[in-house]
Design a binder for this molecule. Structure first.
Ligand code: GLA
Length: 384
């Protein structure tokens, strides 16, 4: 029985779903205004939506969370604290969509279920936000396009949940296509599908480690990038975003940045160069032998310059990079825990994945979660 039917004793009026995402390349480049590339994946968050006559907003989830029940209406939508905080991803989107005409005078029942491992850096939060956005857009006939829904979902994460993320997660989750990557120009907020070359396999090795200070580390890196930009703007007033600074400009101005800001800026600027080369390689049909090494170079930069890796991820990247059939590997997402993405040929299969998992287990005492992924469609309505 569906979670909705079990909780509310009837069928939902509509169901939506949204995928998780992997960041393929472009680490911490999105909120710095650069180009980033990701893929929506074939693990989804599902949302069931219906109404109630009690004028309440009710939420249940298949995870181990308490049901949440709130009065609806303008003033009632404020961020929750404590164990109910998971509901903020949905509440933030509902609040934003109310500005686009979503009525708040009908009681709403919602049920959430997820195939995404949480804490793996696969953006279960953006999936939840986008599943909510497409569902209410359809239900209330708001007529918002995908870009407007992506921006509403990012608003929820930035302003309601309070994480200063860029547009990568919601953008990839919104614009994902089967067998394709999503390239995002984060400054212009332009989204483009890029076919994934045939015979390319994507794997996730989830360390299942998550730093307890993950959100504050992310916010610290965000603030360091802002600070580096404002120092560079004293000499480059025309440059609006850190990712738009060229390598030559940064070299000329390196004395103007104290550490660790100089390392952070170098990571962002060089990572942007790698993303551009990656994109050109894909467009020119360059083989993965060359292109894949950009991923491993990206990881080294995150580890040494941006300092958002952990031993477990470094170990996985090193073991994977030495394995035949692996074109490249890197941490994916915010860092400070989470998962490594490996891009491989079909010759890398279950036995090879298991061998890496065993060597990891011998070193760290627990097994990583190993998942083979396929790029999948973005957020969508599944049934009405
Ligand atoms: C997290 C954020 C994204 C992006 C990545 C790092 O996934 O949500 O906006 O900044 O980290 O590239």
């Amino acid at each position: 029985m569906s979670i909705y039917k079990e909780a509310y004793g009837q069928n939902p009026e509509l169901t939506s779903s949204a995928p998780g995402r992997v960041e393929v390349i472009g680490n911490h480049v999105d909120y710095n205004g650069g180009l980033v590339i990701g893929a929506a994946i074939d693990r989804r968050v599902r949302l069931e939506l219906g109404t109630n006559n009690a004028g309440l907003l009710r939420l249940v989830s298949g995870q181990d969370t308490k049901p949440v029940e709130l009065p609806l209406g303008e003033g009632a939508l404020v961020p929750l604290q404590g164990p109910d905080r998971w509901a903020n991803y949905l509440l933030g989107v509902i609040k934003k969509l109310s500005e686009y005409g979503l009525p708040l005078d009908t009681g709403i029942n919602l049920a959430v279920s997820s195939e995404l491992p949480s804490g793996a850096g696969l953006s279960s939060s953006a999936a939840l936000e986008m599943a909510t956005a497409v569902a209410f857009n359809e239900w209330a006939h708001l007529g918002m396009d995908t870009k407007a829904l992506v921006k509403a979902a990012r608003w929820a994460e930035n302003e309601f949940v309070g994480v200063p993320c860029g547009i990568l997660d919601q953008g990839v989750v919104g614009f994902g296509r089967a067998d394709s990557l999503v390239a995002i120009d984060c400054r212009k907020e332009e989204f483009q599908s890029v076919p994934l070359p045939a015979d390319t396999c994507l794997w996730i090795f989830n360390s299942e480690k998550k730093h307890s200070l993950i959100d504050s580390f992310y916010a610290d890196r965000h603030a360091e990038c802002q600070k580096a930009l404002s120092l560079l703007q004293r000499s480059l007033p025309e440059v609006s975003h850190l990712a738009l600074v060229t390598a030559a400009q940064l070299e000329d101005l390196k004395e103007s940045l104290p550490e660790p800001l100089a390392r952070r800026a170098r990571h962002v600027v060089e990572e942007q160069g790698r993303v551009q080369r990656f994109m050109e390689d894909l467009e020119n049909g360059e083989g993965w032998e060359t292109t894949g090494s950009l991923l491993t170079a990206s990881h080294a930069s995150s580890r040494d310059l941006f300092e958002n890796s952990i031993d477990e991820l470094d170990y996985l990247v090193e073991a994977l990079a030495a394995c035949p059939g692996v074109f490249g590997a890197r941490l994916t997402g915010g860092g400070f825990g989470g998962a490594v993405l490996a891009v491989t040929s079909p010759s890398f299969a279950e036995p090879e994945g298991r061998a890496i998992a065993h060597s990891y287990q011998r070193r760290f005492g627990h097994s990583p979660q190993v998942i083979r992924l396929t790029p999948d469609q973005g957020a969508r309505i599944d049934s009405i």
